[in-house]
Design a binder for this molecule. Structure first.
Ligand code: ZN
Length: 325
C-alpha cells in the first residue's frame, strides 16, 4: 500500500497558487503589543533571512544562547499556546498566530528579534501580522520552495478529539468544534481549500476565545494575564461579551483552523494534503506533526512549478532528517 502510494503520480497543476521560490521580506518591520499570557509589553522585529534559514527567533533580552529555530522538535509546551525553546531553555510562547500569518504570506525565511518570552497577541487573530509582513514587501529568493506531500493517513486521538493528515491533491483544512452544549453553544464547522488567499479571506481574522467562568482558573495557572476584550472573545452565559460581537458566525471553529494552519507550518514547509480535526488544539496539532514527520513512509518532498528545475538529489535522506532534528 505504502509503495503504491509512493509511486503514485500526483498532479501539481492545481498547485499553481503556491510560490515556486522561497521568500523572505524586503525590509525590516516591527510591532509592539501585550503577551496574552505573560501580560508583558513585547516588541518583535522581522528581518530578511537567507535561503533555507527557516524561521528563527532571537531573544534580544537574553545575552547568550538566545536563538530559537521554529521546528517541531523545538516545541516544548502546547498548553493554551504553542511554545518553542532551544537547548539552553530560552523560549518563545504563543507563536501560532504569527506562524499562521507567515504561512499565509508564504514566507520561508525570517529572522525575528523579540525582547520577551511571548509573541504579542495583537487583536487575537492573524490579520495584523499579515498586514505587518505585507508592509515589509515580499522578496522572492533563489532557492526553490519545497512542499511536503502527505502519502498516507496519520491520525492522533485523545478522547473525543482527533486530528488527521491524509493524502489530497491540494492543501485543505476541515475542522469541527463541539462545545457539547456548554452554555447552549452550537457545534460549528469550517472548511477551506488551497490558497493563502482563501486563508486570508476566510480564516485570518478569527480571534482566540475563552469562557469568562474559566478566567480565575487560567489566571491561577499563571496564564491569560494579558487577556482582554481587545484580544480575546469572551463568552459568558452563552453570550459574547465583546461589544463588537463576532466577526464570523462560526468564528470559534475558524480560529481552530487558524491555529492548525500556524501549528502545521512549524513543520517548516507547506503541506499538500488534507488536515481534518474535531475539537483540536495545540497539543493534538503538535502530536500530529510529530507522528507525521517520524513516519518516513507518510510523506515526501516534492517540487513546485516546473519539475525540470528540480533536482531530486538535493533532497537526500540526510536533508529530510534535518527538518525533524
Ligand atoms: Zn489561537
Amino acid at each position: 500500500m505504502v509503495s503504491q502510494l509512493k509511486n503514485r503520480t500526483f498532479s501539481t497543476n492545481n498547485l499553481s497558487h503556491f510560490m515556486t521560490k522561497q521568500k523572505t521580506i524586503f525590509h525590516p518591520v516591527s510591532c509592539r503589543g501585550i503577551g496574552v499570557h505573560s501580560a508583558k509589553n513585547i516588541t518583535i522585529s522581522l528581518f530578511p533571512a537567507e535561503n533555507d534559514t527557516g524561521i528563527v527567533f532571537e531573544r534580544v533580552d537574553l545575552s547568550q544562547d538566545n536563538l530559537i529555530k521554529v521546528s517541531v522538535d523545538n516545541v516544548v509546551d502546547t498548553f493554551m499556546s504553542t511554545k518553542i525553546a532551544n537547548r539552553s531553555g530560552a523560549s518563545i510562547a504563543t507563536i501560532e498566530h504569527l506562524m499562521a500569518a507567515i504561512a499565509a504570506c508564504e514566507i520561508d525565511n525570517l529572522h525575528i528579534e523579540i525582547d520577551g518570552p511571548e509573541v504579542p497577541i495583537l487583536d487575537g487573530s492573524s490579520i495584523d501580522f499579515i498586514k505587518l509582513i505585507e508592509s515589509a514587501r515580499l522578496k522572492e529568493q533563489k532557492a526553490p520552495r519545497r512542499v511536503i506531500r502527505v502519502l498516507k493517513q496519520i491520525t492522533v486521538q485523545e478522547n473525543d478529539k482527533f486530528a488527521t493528515l491524509e493524502p489530497a491533491d491540494d492543501f485543505s483544512i476541515d475542522c469541527t468544534l463541539d462545545f457539547h452544549g456548554r452554555q447552549g453553544l452550537m457545534a460549528e464547522k469550517v472548511a477551506f481549500e488551497g490558497s493563502s488567499q482563501s486563508f486570508r479571506e476566510e480564516i485570518a481574522k478569527a480571534r482566540t476565545f475563552g469562557f469568562y467562568e474559566d478566567a480565575q482558573k487560567i489566571f491561577a495557572a499563571g496564564l491569560g494575564l494579558g487577556a482582554s476584550l481587545d484580544n480575546t472573545i469572551v463568552i459568558d452565559n452563552g453570550q459574547v461579551m465583546n461589544p463588537e460581537g463576532l466577526r464570523y458566525s462560526n468564528e470559534f471553529v475558524r480560529h481552530k483552523a487558524l491555529d492548525a494552519f500556524g501549528d502545521l507550518y512549524v513543520i517548516g514547509h507547506p503541506l499538500i494534503g488534507c488536515y481534518k480535526a474535531h475539537n483540536s488544539g495545540h497539543t493534538l496539532n503538535h502530536k500530529l506533526a510529530k507522528a507525521f514527520l517520524s513516519d518516513k513512509t507518510a510523506w515526501r518532498f516534492e517540487p513546485l512549478g516546473d519539475s525540470t528545475e528540480w533536482h531530486p538529489t538535493v533532497y537526500s535522506r540526510s536533508h529530510i532528517h534535518s527538518i525533524s532534528a
